[in-house]
Design a protein around this ligand. Structure first.
Ligand SMILES: [Zn+2]
Length: 314
């Protein structure tokens, strides 16, 4: 579902169809087919920016629940494409007291105090609740987030939308952010991008012609970045997403293979058997698998990486 936004783009890229009404589209929101039985905990969006988004912050679960909301909002970004020099802002460039922060929000000087950093295609950014953040211009970003619309805006580039100063002061970390996690290879196909108390975010890369089960026990989103696959009875290509839950989904990677983002709900880190190779006796794929498939079970790989993992997941 395309969502108009003042910072959005008019001609959509990343294989979305351009809208011809001249309305800048800022978000593609992926929706689950049919009425969900229960309210999902995750939202998948693709953000397309032509101008910077507002500088903002989201509450954590504790604060959100204290004001009657079901949950807060932790989000994570994968940079699908970035124009040269494109930037995102994360945290402040120095520690500020709540009083100084209030003044800086009220007089607009906060815009010069956020820590902008350059991003390029393939970068991953973790945005825990309470982190002051903004997405700059000329980016396409895939975002997985806790399902919540609670945004406290602290600077809007003169767009005159409402600011939420008091709420932002109550929830924001008013200092620099801690070092970001780095992606960690889990198997030949899976790379862990981010793992937190709410979701796991991975990139998967399936070789051409290989067949897999996606064990989607939890709420699971798969967003295709490149290549394609047959998933159940659907053909999916770049920009398409599938949702599955309490289900086992058959993925046949196409002739170009499949590169996709996989996000699923839950704490406790990546799930070992979320992706399982299907090998058919006597098939070409099976021979390929026999020569190539190492006994690199997920748990073995994880064990080898565990000291780094603990550190970098924070
Ligand atoms: Zn946000």
């Amino acid at each position: 579902m395309p969502v108009p936004r003042p910072w959005g783009v008019v001609g959509l890229k990343f294989p979305f169809v351009a809208n011809d009404e001249g309305v800048p589209i800022g978000e593609i929101r992926y929706e689950r087919p049919g009425e969900p039985e229960s309210i999902p905990s995750l939202l998948l969006k693709v953000l397309l920016t032509h101008k910077p988004l507002s500088i903002q912050v989201h509450p954590d679960d504790t604060y959100a629940q204290s004001i009657g909301l079901p949950n807060g909002k932790t989000e994570a970004w994968y940079v699908v494409s970035a124009a040269p020099g494109a930037k995102v802002a994360l945290g402040l460039s120095r520690q500020m007291t709540p009083e100084c922060f209030r003044e800086a929000v009220e007089d607009g000087s906060i815009s010069a105090l956020v820590a902008w950093q350059s991003v390029s295609t393939g970068d991953v950014v973790s945005v825990p609740s309470g982190t002051i953040h903004a997405i700059g211009a000329d980016l396409i970003i895939a975002e997985i987030q806790q399902r919540s619309d609670t945004t406290y805006r602290i600077f809007d580039h003169g767009r005159k939308r409402e600011l939420h100063v008091e709420s932002a002061i109550a929830v924001a970390d008013t200092g620099p952010v801690v070092v970001q996690a780095r992606p960690i290879p889990l198997t030949d196909e899976r790379t862990l991008l981010i793992s937190n108390a709410h979701f796991v975010f991975e990139r998967i890369r399936l070789a051409p012609g290989t067949m897999w089960w996606l064990e989607a026990a939890r709420e699971s989103w798969l967003l295709v970045l490149s290549g394609g696959a047959r998933v159940g009875s659907f053909n999916i290509a770049a920009g398409d997403a599938i949702f599955a839950q309490s289900d086992r989904v058959n993925i046949d990677a196409g002739p170009d293979g499949l590169v996709a983002l996989l996000a699923y709900s839950g704490a406790g880190g990546p799930v070992a058997d979320v992706l399982q190779r299907i090998t058919q006796p006597g098939s070409t794929d099976s021979k390929f698998a026999e020569t190539r498939q190492k006994p690199s079970s997920f748990s073995a790989t994880t064990a080898a990486h565990s000291p780094q993992r603990k550190e970098s997941i924070r």
